[in-house]
Design a protein around this ligand. Structure first.
Ligand SMILES: [Zn+2]
Length: 178
């Protein structure tokens, strides 16, 4: 880190400590050229934020993906695009302020719902109904991509041959085949 006072290239970190809520780290620095001290603050940058998907995979957070899901929920609602942008920016700031570098997709969805609830009831219900119905079974990405996901097929449980203990397998006529 270059010294802001004299431009000297060599400054030393004397002290590092997280701030109270852990969202940033402050470093006290000392310039070996002019002897001045100054402070730098290190924060999470959102492009480094990862979303933990339901299957455990981590993917980079994408602001545009988030914005798209909110625009879909807001479709034909009396909410201006500028407002949508402010909502997205507000959510992004929340995520930045949390200081976490990884966020479960479920938690991201909850944050979106909390915000939409205050903005537009119809948009909230659209988002929440899809999200709540599908979050156990489907990836959050589905919700981000569309508000009309495919219905979930009923699980097919195959019948296993030989499920009965030996000697109890019934013959075609219901007897033991004797
Ligand atoms: Zn200096």
């Amino acid at each position: 880190m270059r010294c802001p006072f004299c431009g000297h290239e060599d400054t030393q970190v004397k002290d590092s400590r997280p701030n109270e809520d852990g969202a940033a780290i402050r470093r006290r620095r000392f310039c070996t050229g002019c002897g001045q001290r100054f402070t730098t603050v290190e924060r999470v940058q959102l492009r480094e934020l990862l979303v933990i998907k339901s299957d455990g995979r981590r993917v980079p957070f994408e602001r545009e993906k988030l914005a798209r899901s909110i625009r879909i929920a807001m479709r034909k609602r009396p909410v201006e695009e500028e407002r949508v942008e402010r909502i997205v920016s507000g959510l992004v700031r929340q995520l930045e302020a949390s200081g976490d570098t990884e966020i479960p997709s479920a938690q991201l969805g909850e944050r979106v719902m909390d915000t939409l609830r205050e903005v537009d009831a119809v948009a909230y219900v659209r988002f929440a109904s899809v999200y709540r119905d599908f979050r156990e079974a489907r990836d959050f990405e589905v919700i981000l991509g569309s508000l009309t996901p495919d219905p979930i097929a009923a699980p097919v449980v195959p019948r296993l041959p030989g499920a009965l203990p030996d000697g109890q397998e019934a013959g075609p006529d219901g007897t033991n085949g004797r």
